[in-house]
Design a protein around this ligand. Sequence first.
Ligand code: 26V
Length: 825
Amino acid sequence: MILAYSKRFEKEAFKEMVKDNVKILYRKTIEEATSQQIFQAVSYAVKDIIIDDWLATQEECRKKDAKMVYYMSMEFLMGRALGNNLINMMSYKEVREALEDMNIDLNVIEDQEPDPALGNGGLGRLAACFLDSLSTLNYHAYGCGIRYRYGMFKQKIENGYQVETPDEWLKEGNPFEIRREEYAKEVRFGGDIRFEKDPETGKDIFIQENYESVRAIPYDMPIVGYGNHVVNTLRIWDAEAITNFSLASFDRGDYHKAVEQENLAKMIVDVLYPNDNHYAGKELRLKQQYFFISASLQAMIAKYKKHHDDIRKLPEKVVIQMNDTHPTVAIPELMRLLIDVEGLDWDEAWDVTTKTCAYTNHTIMAEALEKWPVDLFSRLLPRIYQIVQEIDRRFVSEVRAKYPGNEEKVKKMAILWDSQVHMARMAIISGFSVNGVAKLHTEILKHQELKDFYEMMPQKFNNKTNGITQRRFLLHGNPLLADWITGRIGDGWITDLSKIGNLKVLVNDEQARREFMQIKYQNKVRLAAYIKEHNDIEVDSESIFDVQVKRLHEYKRQLLNILHIMYLYNQIKEHPEMSFYPRTFIFGAKAAAGYQRAKETIKLINSVAEVVNNDRSINGKLKIVFIEDYRVSNAELIFAAADVSEQISTASKEASGTSNMKFMLNGVPTLGTMDGANVEIVEEVGEKNAFIFGLSSEEVINYENNGGYNPVDIYFNDWELKRVIDQLTDGTYSDGDHNMYRNLYNSLLNTQCTNRADTYFILKDFRSYAEAQKKVEEAYRDDHRWSKIALMNTACSGKFTSDRTIEEYVEDIWKLEKVAVPSGQ
Ligand code: 26V
């Protein structure tokens, strides 16, 4: 007999727990409770069971004194917790049956949970996958971030336009979190720095005066490993005012200060900045960064000192991974804590800091590079700024020693340059590791963007190709396929995705392929029902589901996709007799609220959809669906149901991409450029199981550096493409309005608009994209061939698990040891 994960998940016991919780929380019987109340009751029951393992994990890690990683990130795009926790506790089916006994549908209950959307896109979701893998692989880890009151905005589509509404994810309370009042920390901003000599030691003591401060209060969320009783912690910080004055005797000054601090505290954690790959330089953003970093590092040092007395040995027990430059103030803040609080001298503190911090780069987009004006930075963080100056001073003299007379090097490498603090430079100079997120991306960093640093310190650079967790994106998101795979090759793939390669032998087994495609079809029906419910559009589940879901950004080229759809529509209209396999083009994308062209692209997609979907003359051959509020929960349905994975960024611009991997895992071939991790996907699956087109990254970079590309030449030489582009301004998709898409039109053709027209080579790649799309259609018409392609994609996806990525981080950067945890029951 297989033992239950926990006795408390056994049917009758679990049912009792849920009933008790409904009674205690709501004074109701299970029959009277609403779905939301049942969700809360079930979640509390699950949390209760998790807590025993959580305690056991802490205890084991303490006993073993295992080194741990602090994964510092402004974003954790966790997605819903209930279903995932049940999956990882191997109790999803038991709980589903227990609830069925009480006439409750677990799917409905799961749907009550808001998506904790504390992230924008790839970078935040990667952090969430990493936490899942860390726990599953028995490593001790903390995720540290911010408990934003409002996460990523909710997207509504009104009249074709994106409308943002607040994401009130905490409205009903979060049953999985625990507030840890006892670990609150104070964080100080602004004021003046005065220094005194310590009469005993003669050392400088730095005293901050006239500052504002807030209290940081941690909320802990459990991160449950798969089937191993390991529970790590995601610690997200809330802010409160420090009210240490007496209300009875307040004078005006105190009162004003109190109100100000109250406001500061509220504002700091109020909202996640909804920008992705675009840096805006907002003061509040820097406050957020310092707030969670200072609190996390204070907590980290306090935890270390509980069981260790030599702070110089900190790097033996902890490592800090900085998720992009957003947490880079960790470097000067750690220096400050070591020098000003722990009493180390500069060299000792520098030794500790540089052995503790490592940096991951996630983008080469110039507009995403984080830089802070010196006046803002020094006003907000006066002591931190002094430390940055000293780090910079020492580094610049190293550069001058190494490259005498070469001031160009200083200009390109100094942390402080042009009255700005360059965060990536600080991260590279002060960390012991710099990694990119896919092979191609890392090569571009080494030889283009970060060339000077690579030349000076090549040993720091390494690649860690991203990955995704198969637990959420297959086991939870695609239960039919997960069961089928387990039936065929056993369940080893759940914790060792390389085993999925055992499916390769089935590629010539017709029966197996038929079953595989049958599951795909059922998932398409499931998504079609979602689309019917949310968009009121009927889609044909027999048509090709061609999907592009990701943040809306010009470099990701949703515009190329929709222009091509406009082109297909023209063709079908012109040649009604032409053979054309029915297609459903599915989009999902949020645009940053202030990103005009991105928003225009959403409107364009919806306008084309409106025209095409209502044109009865094309017999439903083309359908276009824009899925509102694309997020982790509906993503799971989408990946499972897709036939074609659109990964069409301008080569060199997408650092890695991770949706490409989620599609692949679910048996979806890539239609894409040789960019980011697409390159490695093709390497794994083979060219004949992917559809590749477009300029290479070398070609793009070459045009960027040397010129020689003029989209206007293409426009005048390709009348079909010209017609599509002209349709942007001739009123076809705008009820006669000639200006609605003028910006998009200009972005493609008008040099005055940007430094170069068609910055992202849409016209250049158009024909090659259209060709690749034709090949997709051809392949799809051939059932045999297509089912092989689909199955091969799943079978070759083993490399792209975040488990592999995490093992590489552990081996090359973090040097952690595994911790075994006995069941906490
Ligand atoms: C930058 C900024 C600038 C300030 C405002 C908020 C904000 C938020 C995010 C970013 C940088 C985003 C970088 C990013 O998400 N990169 C993506 O990282 C994925 C995981 O490594 C990777 O798969 C994607 O290719 C890459 O675009």
